[in-house]
Design a binder for this molecule. Structure first.
Ligand SMILES: NC(=O)c1ccc[n+]([C@@H]2O[C@H](COP(=O)([O-])OP(=O)(O)OC[C@H]3O[C@@H](n4cnc5c(N)ncnc54)[C@H](OP(=O)(O)O)[C@@H]3O)[C@@H](O)[C@H]2O)c1
Length: 308
């Protein structure tokens, strides 16, 4: 039973909806909203209290691109928590390729750095009791019908993952949507590595699927945003079958995976091959690199090259 949970990026989109759904479960006694902006966090807390009738929300302020800010946030969490949902992330937008003080670029830092520091710090303080859910995407195994290629690194070595995280892997041709797949691959492999290193905890990886109603499209260039919001989401995807779903369905994937014993540690769950919605399946059944324990450990080691 998950009685207490912390969700990163909880003031909007899937994070906020996950907070809402978890709060409505009878056993939930505490939901910590980890957000970078105090005003947006306060507004989300108020809305969640009104929508659920529950007074179980707390706010912790931290920026996942800044390891020290996450460490300070962890100091504010005095009592152990059962689970964390590592949701903060996305395609990031224009600043994606910019470097952060850690050496990771903004894209990698947003999707990985703070989420990993958070878990490391909680484990070190013995303040994580049961589970961590890493949020990934179908972009990792690829979606053929949309021309999104499966992530294919040549070696998945520590150096190669390091280059993905600092951006040098992509040379001058940095395309955030392409780099996003590789960054989510690195994050996924880290979580699978952690599942073996910490058998006492459940480390599960989940894609929410292609989810309407988040602010994700805001970071895309205007023409792409227009296509996505007014053409792809409402017209094209629904015609393709199992390619899109509303916010509550995407967030329910997280709620189920974190609280239902049928979802196992060390597994990356997402849609069936080539789909973006519908049934959740183990992605390693068709993307076998996910099973490679050396690749998993290489991602973990590479990420920790940036954490000092
Ligand atoms: N939507 C989809 O279809 C989809 C599909 C596959 C995977 N995903 C993944 O699902 C997760 C949530 O996506 P979403 O669509 O719900 O995105 P969203 O609506 O853009 O929400 C992202 C959340 O992350 C927070 N965040 C961003 N940068 C942060 C930082 N540096 N420090 C702390 N918080 C930060 C945002 O806070 P601010 O409001 O302050 O910016 C916001 O609360 C992401 O990891 C994304 O990659 C989404």
């Amino acid at each position: 039973m998950i009685e207490s949970v912390l969700i990163t990026g909880a003031n909007a989109g899937l994070g906020k909806e996950t907070a809402r759904q978890l709060a409505l479960r009878q056993e939930t006694k505490r939901v910590i909203l980890f957000c970078r902006n105090r005003a947006r966090a306060a507004a989300a807390k108020k809305e969640l209290e009104e929508n659920t009738g529950k007074r179980i929300f707390e706010v912790v302020i931290g920026d996942v691109t800044d390891a020290d800010s996450v460490r300070r946030a962890v100091e504010d969490i005095r009592e152990p928590i059962d689970a964390v949902v590592l949701n903060a992330g996305g395609v990031v937008g224009k600043a994606a390729a910019n470097s952060t003080p850690s050496g990771m670029n903004q894209l990698a830092a947003t999707n990985i750095l703070g989420n990993v520091v958070l878990v490391d710090e909680l484990i070190e303080r013995d303040n994580l009791r049961k589970a961590a859910l890493a949020v990934s995407a179908e972009a990792v195994p690829g979606v053929k019908m949309l021309g999104v290629k499966r992530v294919l690194t040549s070696t998945s070595s520590v150096d190669e993952f390091t280059a993905v995280l600092d951006g040098s892997y992509f040379g001058k041709k940095f395309v955030a949507l392409n780099a996003y797949s590789y960054v989510k691959y690195a994050e996924t492999m880290w979580a699978l590595s952690m599942a073996r290193r910490h058998p006492r905890l459940k480390f599960v990886v989940v894609s929410p699927g292609n989810t309407r109603g988040t602010q994700a499209a805001e970071s895309l260039p205007p023409p792409m945003r227009f296509m996505l919001n007014y053409v792809m989401m409402p017209i094209v995807f629904p015609l393709m079958g199992e390619m899109v779903h509303p916010l509550d369905v995407g967030a329910k994937r997280f709620v189920d995976a974190i609280s239902d014993e049928r979802y196992k540690s060390g597994v990356f769950y997402a849609s069936k091959e080539g789909k973006l919605s519908g049934e959740l399946v183990d992605q390693s059944s068709f993307f076998t690199d996910l099973k490679n324990t050396s690749f998993q450990d290489n991602a973990n080691e590479a990420i920790h090259r940036f954490i000092r």
